[in-house]
Design a protein around this ligand. Structure first.
Ligand SMILES: Cc1cc2nc3c(=O)[nH]c(=O)nc-3n(C[C@H](O)[C@H](O)[C@H](O)COP(=O)(O)OP(=O)(O)OC[C@H]3O[C@@H](n4cnc5c(N)ncnc54)[C@H](O)[C@@H]3O)c2cc1C
Length: 425
């Protein structure tokens, strides 16, 4: 790729996608000026340990960094950290920072991720000013939560999604008294089958978590100084005393910068299969994008590391003038207690659930079929079968449910050969 003196590619967002995108640009041959801008004060880092090992205090901040400073120096990638881009002027090709300074870009990548969805109850704004009410999205959030992680403390977690449940498992490992409040009739309701929800609810109850479903938070109590939340009020007149509250009720994509600049936005920055936005000089990648999924046959927005990494590489290829299509099958993982859950595909709309293995033995694969076609698999403590299931889901074809459930039939004998596993045209 040729470079001119006025070339300067900026990446807004120093997260998983932003970090990966910059290095991928170098790998694709872009040798010109390249800078990542991030509002956090950290080098690009991985977030999954935030609700797992890092929350338990088993690792420290530098181990979260995707690469150390020396790698950026070596690749000649500039970092502008603790700097927030406030405005994007597409006509002038300028980024305007919170301190009023500005830079000019030749090409731009938006990797702005998302932020924790806030509670909407009346007391929420007041709670955010206390010392023991937390959302969980970044390192600073977790350092604050960790300071409350003392044995015997009463932790109330609002939200029974993956993050809420991972926080529960981490808190149990540190001997806290944990309550999980879920507004829907079951945990993980939006992402998995009732059988999986029941399995995870039982696992958490066995570990000592008080899991309550069908309960909505309607208010909070505060101490006399207003410094701390002391109890959580729920529908049904239930009041749960709390020494700390962690809220994990979803993510809002950071799309404001793009939207104000007139880029297409619809539950994420709208990109095409090459990760290009409605402005051909601007790409976007990661949690902030709404992209066409070849596999799902519709537009989706994903919140996962594999999506951030793989879409970032596609975006870099486009900027480097070597466009390729983003056609990965979604996948994700979650670690809770001694359970390694790995998921591939998207199970929404399934009409058949097939279990292989034993939930009681905590080793199984759950297959989701729609009109006979395999659309997703959740595997618990079955890493090898998960790798095969990924290929099977990617093949987008029907599989015999009886054979899927039969452990005497090795899964690999059902899977398509490696080279044949391709998404539909
Ligand atoms: C607690 C937790 C656990 C998770 N566990 C898993 C897991 O087990 N497996 C998995 O696959 N995924 C997991 N995820 C999701 C995964 O971490 C995200 O999908 C991934 O981080 C997305 O990367 P990203 O770069 O798109 O966004 P982010 O990581 O959110 O990075 C975006 C960055 O851009 C910055 N930014 C935004 N706007 C601006 C601006 N205007 N100016 C400057 N900077 C800006 C943000 O501050 C942020 O640092 C987890 C997430 C969390 C929070």
């Amino acid at each position: 790729m040729s470079t001119h003196s006025e070339d300067h590619i900026y990446v807004v967002g120093a997260g998983h996608a932003g970090g990966e995108l910059a290095f991928a640009l170098r790998q694709q041959g872009y040798a010109g000026p390249l800078t990542i801008i991030g509002e956090e004060g950290h080098l690009p880092y991985q977030r999954p340990p935030l609700s797992k090992a890092f929350l338990k205090g088993e690792c420290e901040t530098p181990s979260l960094y995707l690469r150390q400073q020396a790698a950026y120096d070596k690749a000649n990638i500039g970092l502008l950290l603790s700097r927030r881009v406030e405005r994007l002027d597409r006509a002038g090709k300028k980024l305007i920072f919170d301190d009023g300074r500005e830079v000019t870009y030749s090409k731009l990548a938006l990797a702005t991720g998302g932020r924790a969805r806030r509670m909407t109850i009346n007391d929420a704004a007041r709670a955010e000013r206390t010392r023991n009410f937390h959302y969980l999205r970044n390192i600073d959030d977790v350092l604050a939560i960790r300071s409350r992680f003392e044995a015997g403390q009463r932790l109330v977690i609002v939200g029974g999604g993956y993050i809420g449940l991972e926080v529960a498992a981490s808190a149990i490992a540190r001997d806290l008294n944990v309550t999980v409040l879920e507004a829907l009739p079951r945990v993980l309701a939006r992402v998995t089958a009732p059988q999986m929800s029941a399995f995870y609810e039982q696992i958490h109850r066995n570990a000592g978590v008080d899991v309550r479903t069908n309960v909505e938070v309607i208010g909070l109590d505060f101490d006399a100084e207003g410094d701390a939340v002391t109890a959580v009020h729920c529908t049904g007149g239930v009041v749960i005393p709390a020494d700390a509250v962690v809220v994990g009720i979803g993510l809002l994509p950071n799309t404001e910068l793009a939207q104000a600049a007139g880029l297409d936005v619809d539950n994420g920055i709208v990109v095409n299969e090459h990760a290009a936005t409605s402005d051909p000089d601007i790409v976007a990648a990661g949690d902030c994008t709404n992209h066409p999924s070849v596999f799902c046959g519709r537009r989706i927005r994903l919140e996962s590391v594999p999506n951030a990494v793989e879409q970032a590489r596609v975006a870099a290829a486009y900027l480097a003038g070597k466009p390729r299509t983003y056609d990965s099958v979604p996948w994700f993982w979650s670690d809770q207690y001694d359970l390694k859950l790995q998921m591939t595909g998207l199970s929404q709309g399934y009409d058949q659930f097939v279990l292989r293995g034993s939930m009681q033995n905590k080793s199984f694969a759950a297959f989701y079929l729609k009109e006979g076609r395999l659309i997703a698999c959740d595997a618990v403590n079955r890493a090898q079968e998960f790798m095969i299931a990924k290929r099977m889901v990617a093949a987008c074809k029907p599989f015999d449910p009886v054979a899927l459930a039969d452990e005497t039939v090795p899964l690999k004998t059902l899977a398509p050969p490696l080279q044949a596993a391709a998404p539909p045209a």
